[in-house]
Structures are given as C-alpha cells and as structure tokens.
Write a protein of this length. Structure first.
Length: 121
C-alpha cells in the first residue's frame, strides 16, 4: 500500500505546485496566501508519504483529497484534478491493501514451507 499511496501523493505534490502557479494569476488572491496554502499542502503530501502506514495516515490523505477538490473554488480545473486524485487515492488504498494481504499470505506459505523442511516437497 505504501508504494501506491506514495506515488499518488508525489503526483499531488506537483499538481498542487502547478495549481499554485495558476492561482497566482488571480488578482483577487494574495500571493502570500496562495503560497502559504499551497506550500502547506505540498509539505503535507510529502510528509504523508512517510506516515501512510501509521495510524491516521490514510485518513489524513483523505483530508488532503477533500482539500484538493475544494481548491476548485479558486482554480476551477482543480475540481476535475482533485476528483481524479481522489479516485487514484481510493484505488491506491484499496488495491494496496489487497497487495499487502497477498504478500503476507505468500510470505506465510514460504515460511511454512521452509519450516517443513526440504523433504516436505
């Protein structure tokens, strides 16, 4: 799960940065506010890469996804990109857990086979 989720979060890091560049062109938004919000979200996305397997990591990732979608009120294309990354996040968590279960089952069968000895084959 960690690899899939981290890949999604790194992709979001870049999308958030590019969205900040787009938001900078809006005269109604202060540049310092844009970069404070985008910078915080970018740092959060990188920190989440290391926290994903810890308690609350996945939930914090969902908070980031909601924030990405909500940023569409300032940069309209972010409604689409935020929704796309929310789907990617769901897929990363869902299929990542399945892969982890398969790996654990395979490791358990290998350990059982190794403990049975070479004659058990």
């Amino acid at each position: 799960m960690r690899t899939l989720c981290s890949s999604t979060l790194i992709g979001e890091f870049f999308v958030i940065g590019f969205a900040g560049l787009v938001a900078m062109k809006d005269d109604a938004l202060a540049m310092s506010t844009v970069w404070w919000v985008c910078g915080t979200a970018m740092v959060l996305s990188v920190l989440l890469c290391g926290m994903i397997t810890r308690p609350g990591g996945v939930q914090l990732g969902w908070v980031l996804q909601v924030g990405l979608i909500a940023s569409g009120f300032f940069v309209p294309v972010m409604f689409v990109l935020g929704a796309a990354f929310a789907v990617l996040w769901w897929c990363s968590v869902h299929y990542g857990r399945k892969v982890d279960e398969i790996k654990a089952g395979w490791a358990a069968s290998q350990a059982a086979q190794a403990s049975a000895g070479p004659d058990a084959a």
